[in-house]
Design a protein around this ligand. Structure first.
Ligand SMILES: Nc1nc2c(c(=O)[nH]1)N[C@H]1C(S)=C(S)[C@@H](COP(=O)(O)O)O[C@H]1N2
Ligand SMILES: [Mo]
Length: 233
């Protein structure tokens, strides 16, 4: 797993790799398919990797993200919908609320057990906008300006996917993607887009940020990214 000679590894990447300890991988090998690719989220040197209390690690693929207060927050729902929406934080609070207690698992191997999440089920947000028949998939954008994710429309209608406004029964902190993030309970953490800014109904699944770097689009925990044996045993 040695670093490839001459590969451009900046200080931030090296800090990330040091932080990853045994799971650290060389940048040069990251894009190879296989086990290495699931050991790190640090292909380009822009992922912050900060071990945090409670077992979560904070991830961001950009250097800094605008801190948005709940009062200034807008979620845009657009694309193949009958009623394009701009929802404030309070608008989300007026939709029916759902609370789920589920494990949070990153594809790199860390897992946090029994995390309470609450917010509006994504399917309720889709119903509020009215999905047009031509829509087949949902695309999510982050107000970090870079991160994207997608789900098929069928996946998006599952009851265990939330537009989450609370985590551990408190407002979602900025570091964890507040004021509003996506929470996709049945899939690896990378589906759970932080700093959620937009939801677009589209006619096909467009691979998201990590998926363009080799991770599975259908990121079912225990059934994807080639590590089922290690994860389920
Ligand atoms: N906008 C954005 N969302 C993101 C990420 C990111 O880097 N940027 N990282 C993803 C990954 S890989 C994981 S495991 C979780 C981590 O959530 P946390 O930072 O709250 O622990 O967020 C996901 N959502
Ligand atoms: Mo992750």
């Amino acid at each position: 797993m040695g670093q490839e000679k001459g590969s451009p590894v900046g200080r931030r990447v090296m800090l990330g790799v040091i932080g990853l300890g045994a799971a650290g991988v060389a940048v040069g090998s990251f894009l190879q398919r296989g086990v290495d690719k699931v050991l790190s989220h640090a292909p380009s040197g822009v992922t912050d990797f900060i071990p945090a209390a409670g077992g979560f690690r904070y991830y961001s693929v950009v250097d800094s993200v605008r801190n948005v207060h709940a009062d200034d927050y807008t979620l845009t729902v657009s694309g193949l919908v009958e009623r394009p929406l701009k929802l404030s934080f309070d608008d989300l609070g007026r939709l029916p609320q759902t609370r789920l207690v589920r494990d949070f698992q990153c594809v790199t191997g860390w897992r946090v057990y029994g995390v309470p999440w609450s917010g509006v089920s994504l399917s309720k947000v889709l119903d509020a906008a009215g999905v047009k028949p031509a829509a087949r998939a949902v695309r999510f954008t982050s107000f970090d300006g870079t991160y994207t994710e997608s789900l098929t429309l069928d996946q998006a209608r599952r009851p265990d996917i939330l537009v989450a406004t609370r985590m551990y029964d408190k407002p979602v902190t900025h570091a964890h993607g507040g004021p509003v993030r996506l929470y996709v309970a049945p899939m690896y953490g990378y589906k759970s887009c932080k700093w959620l800014g937009g939801i677009q109904l589209v006619d096909h699944v467009e691979p998201g940020y990590w998926e363009n770097l080799g991770y599975d689009v259908d990121a079912w925990v225990g059934h994807s990214n080639g590590r089922d044996d290690e994860r389920t045993s």
